[in-house]
Design a protein around this ligand. Sequence first.
Ligand code: HEM
Ligand SMILES: [Ca+2]
Length: 607
Amino acid sequence: SISCMTANEDFVIYHGDGPQSNSIYYDKCAPTVICNPNDIYRTANGSCNNLENPLWGSSETPYIRLSEAAYNDGDHEVRKQLDGSLLPIPRKVQLLLFLGKSQDFPDLNNYHLSQFGQWATHDITLLPPDSSGPKRCCSTPINEINSNTPYQCQLPIELPMDDPVYGRHGRTCMEFRRAMTAAHNFNCSITPQIPMNQATPFFDSSQLYGHKLVKANSIRSFNGGRLITDVINENEYCPLRKRNGSLLCDGRENVGVCFEAGDPRINQHFGITSYSIMFTRFHNVVADMLHQLNPQWSDEVLYQEARKFIGALNQIIVYRDYLPILLGESFTKRVGLDLSNNIRTKYNPLLMPQLSIEFSGGAFRVPHNTVASFYNYVDKDYETVDSVKLNEWMSISDPLVEGSNLDEIVRGMTTSAGRLYTPSYNYLLSNFMFHNHITGDQDLLAVDIQRGRDVGVPQYIKMRAWCGLPEICSFEDLLNFLPYDDVEKLKELYATVYDIDLLVGALLEPPVDGGTVGPTAQCILADVFYRIRFGDRFFFDVTGQTGSYSPAQLKTLRKIDLGHVICATTELDEVPFNIFQPSGYSLMVKCQEHLLNLDLSGWREFP
Ligand code: HEM
Ligand SMILES: [Ca+2]
């Protein structure tokens, strides 16, 4: 019999010191690093942020688990339901519970809210699937998969025969590769399996600069502190990937333009590519300004100061502008996640600055439901001259370098309403993600559900309890906050209420007051945003460190936002004063005026 799960009262949110599994890594597997306590800049890979524990917050360290891993065998096998049966296949969950609700309603925020969210994601988390081994996991029939099947191919996604979309083409299998784990791919035998975070968990703009030194150096020009750019049709873009004449880009054939950046996901779609290009240009704008002010500075100092500036700016955008919309403003204030000009962030070296697997493998995927279906090309007269499907331009950056397309797409992201929070992903991402890609069209929601199971994310009810939310003992208890229809379908899909996947439950929850996620996701997200701020010795407003910013510099930094980046790097001549609101909801400011705030005189070494 199952006793009702209750909240774990011992748990003190924000003060976990990392569970056992992490100590195995830090005690037995981590390389030795020697730190210079007087360094004023971050390392490329995040090591030496915590001087007592130099590997804390480094790229390629294991995610933490907030709660016990959910695996059938305690190590890696996908969990079963409480009655011993198999979990419902992810695509069935999508079809029964979500797809029918997939409708795009306009949000009060514009595309930038969601796009900045993904940009921020790529700074702090990277848990790539293991691409080694068989070329196609679907080449093994699903009913023939057993423990001898290569690890990465043990979980392709089964498609129901009567699938209304894939069934027409007779597809019964969707590609899915298990995530790389410490034990399987990094020579560190942690049980249960745990993926390594290949990004630096700090907001240090590593998606722009690279999560490791070798990568970072490969995209630096070593001249004037600038990043490498390639000039195409007289405009500067991220450097083109060296492909030796091949036309493959991220596994897609016949692609002319394929960019390189700090993070490998740069070519995923127009939005993320545009951001990488804008921030690369912005780095160079800042480096040039610093050079003007300080002709005596070396390339190294110019690069590091510009990098530090961009890192600080992204932290400001995340904590001041983005989080209040994501989590709700009153909540961010209540838990101390807001930014205030009077209170500085106090560094806490006891906090483990790492993401949880519940965050990356579950909760922070909820905002996939705010990704809009189309990109609008909007010209300088604010005419929408074209509108293209997001999924048809994944891993194809070719149009971005033609004419004023990049400017038109960014203008479109600024003026167009984003997708309203609903318990579903858009129809295109739900069925045709990576359209025409050699692996076949995919369903992002099915992938996300499968990923949660792959990495042992605990069940929804367990995480709700971890968060201290009102206890749930039966499907009927869910009726306190979920519609009857949803609960009926959950009953049809899952054996018991305890079997519901975290993402499924989190996505169905109505958003919190003033926020764009439900209470369970809010709680899991807040824990991480807290850790990687208060556990970051180089957080931009921490005082008393060798490299802490002066009050004058902080004042300048606090005057700028994403709108300044857009103004400084594109042909847009005005942006919304509140950059996450489309024109019409926010006053527009002229870029010429806006850019006056970008006055770096506080960085002059010899004033
Ligand atoms: C704009 C369109 C977007 C597309 C096409 C997209 C697509 C994807 C894909 C294909 C994955 C990998 C799935 C897997 O194999 O497990 C992924 C992961 C993820 N996405 Fe998105 N995404 C988008 C936007 C966003 C947004 C707006 C957010 C959050 C604000 C977000 C958060 C995440 C997170 C946290 C992961 C896990 C990343 C990791 O740790 O490696 N994504 N997304
Ligand atoms: Ca980072």
